[in-house]
Design a protein around this ligand. Structure first.
Ligand code: IPE
Ligand code: IPE
Ligand code: MG
Length: 250
C-alpha cells in the first residue's frame, strides 16, 4: 500500500475494538453479568457481517485481557466456556463466509482442549481472504511487547543478531500482529476512555473513537457512526495539514 492510500482511505482497513460494558448491560436488566457476555456475542456476529459488507479487511476484537484473570473465578470460567462454545458454533459459519480466524494472546494459559480447538479453527480458515477476524484472548499489549523482546534477546544471546540491528520494524515482526496493517480505527464501547493494555504498540497512529453505548447495544447504526467519524479525520502521521492536502491534490 502506498503512503497516500493510508492518508486517503475513507473505510478503515483494520478496525480494533474493546468490547466493553457487557456486565453493566446485564446489571441494568437485573441479570447476572454472564448474560451480558452472551448478549455481546450477538454484537460480534453483527460486526463481522458489517465488516464483510463494508470491505473492512481486518477486525481485531479484545475478548479477554491478561488482567481479566483477576475477576471472580466463576466469571472467568463462564467466559472460557463461552469462548469454547462460540468457537464450536461459529467457526463453520465463518469459514463459509471466507473469514480467516486468528487468535492472539498467551494461549498456553488455556485448557488443552481449548488450545486444540483454537489451532484447528485457525488451520481450517487459514486460506480465507474475505476478512481476517482476530480475537485477542488472554492478550495484553505489555505481554506482546515483552514476548517480542524476549525472542530478540534470545537471538542476540545466540549471536544471531546484533543489538544495533534492532529496529522498530524488527520488533514489529515479532509482535502478534506481525505483517498486518496497523489498526486505522479503534473503537471502545462502554464509556471508558482508556486503552486497558490493548494493542499498545500498534495503536500509535490509530484514530480513537469512544462511545457510551454498551457492547451488547453496539449495532450497525452505531458502527456506521464510528465509520463516519473515521471518514472525517485528517490523518497526518506527523506531517502538517498543508503537506497532507498537497499530497492529496497531487
Ligand atoms: C467486557 O465487558 C467483556 C470482558 C472484559 C470479558 P465487561 O465484563 O468488562 O463489562 P463491564 O465493563 O463490567 O460493564
Ligand atoms: C477491557 O475491558 C478488556 C476487554 C474488553 C476484554 P475491561 O473491562 O477489562 O477494562 P477495565 O478494567 O475497565 O480497564
Ligand atoms: Mg469492563
Amino acid at each position: 500500500m502506498s503512503d497516500s492510500e493510508l492518508y486517503t482511505r475513507k473505510v478503515p482497513r483494520h478496525v480494533a475494538i474493546i468490547m466493553d460494558g457487557n456486565g453493566r448491560w446485564a446489571r441494568k436488566r437485573g441479570l447476572p453479568r454472564f448474560a451480558g457476555h452472551k448478549a455481546g456475542l450477538d454484537s460480534v456476529r453483527a460486526m463481522v457481517k458489517v465488516c464483510l459488507s463494508q470491505g473492512v479487511e481486518y477486525l481485531t476484537l479484545f475478548a479477554f485481557s491478561s488482567e481479566n484473570w483477576r475477576r471472580p473465578a466463576e466469571e472467568v470460567g463462564l467466559l472460557m466456556n463461552l469462548f469454547m462454545t462460540a468457537l464450536d458454533r461459529e467457526v463453520k459459519k465463518l469459514h463459509k463466509h471466507h473469514v480467516r480466524l486468528r487468535i492472539i494472546g498467551e494461549r498456553t494459559a488455556f485448557a488443552p482442549e481449548l488450545q486444540q480447538r483454537i489451532a484447528a479453527a485457525e488451520q481450517l480458515t487459514a486460506d480465507n481472504t474475505a476478512l481476517t477476524l482476530i480475537i485477542a484472548a488472554n492478550y495484553g499489549g505489555r505481554w506482546d511487547i515483552t514476548q517480542a523482546t524476549r525472542g530478540l534477546a534470545e537471538q542476540a544471546a545466540r549471536g544471531e543478531i546484533a543489538a544495533d540491528t534492532i529496529t522498530p520494524e524488527l520488533i514489529e515482526s515479532r509482535l502478534s500482529l506481525a505483517g498486518l496493517p496497523e489498526p486505522d480505527l479503534f473503537v471502545r464501547t462502554g464509556g471508558e476512555q482508556r486503552i486497558s493494555n490493548f494493542l499498545l504498540w500498534q495503536l500509535a497512529y490509530t484514530e480513537l473513537y469512544f462511545t457510551p453505548l454498551l457492547w451488547p447495544e453496539f449495532d450497525d447504526k452505531a458502527f456506521a457512526a464510528a465509520l463516519e467519524f473515521f471518514a472525517g479525520r485528517q490523518r497526518r502521521f506527523g506531517r502538517t495539514g498543508e503537506q497532507v492536502e498537497q499530497m492529496l491534490d497531487a
